[in-house]
Design a protein around this ligand. Structure first.
Ligand code: THU
Length: 127
């Protein structure tokens, strides 16, 4: 599974986003240590604060399937180029690494762009 394919999976699942309030669709797909992939989209609620981001939905699905070691996550929004994870999702990502770092892939001008989690979330909280 290359990063372009992972981004395509994120793009596909973004179509299922439940976003009646923000209208901002996001899809995410994680790549685990053993090469498995798990997708998730954002879903909102009339009680706005209960919204779940696409990234945490994808990560939660990986965990539910027995995978806690993540190598990469692709994020896509039809609403915005360079859609990067919110701070809460960056913190959640720090918990489930396959190695020292995580690749975060997003789309910019139709191209896959790769960030390191350590760049987007330096000095993150760990115990
Ligand atoms: N959202 C995500 O799914 N991931 C992010 O990294 C940023 C924000 C969602 C939450 C909400 O449904 C919508 O985007 C607008 O904030």
């Amino acid at each position: 599974m290359n990063y372009r394919e992972l981004l395509e999976k994120a793009k596909e699942v973004s179509q299922n986003a439940y976003v009646p309030y923000s209208k901002f669709k996001v899809g995410a797909c994680v790549l685990t240590e053993d090469g498995s992939t798990f997708s998730g989209c954002n879903f909102e609620n009339a009680s706005y604060g209960l919204t779940i981001c696409a990234e945490r939905n994808a990560i939660g699905t990986a965990i539910a399937n027995g995978h806690t070691k993540l190598k990469a996550i692709a994020i896509y929004s039809p609403n915005e180029d360079n859609c990067v994870p919110c701070g809460a999702c960056r913190q959640v990502m720090t918990e489930f690494l396959a190695g020292n770092d995580l690749d975060i892939i997003t789309e910019v001008n139709g191209e896959a762009k790769v960030y390191k989690l350590s760049y987007l979330m330096p000095e993150s909280f760990k115990i």
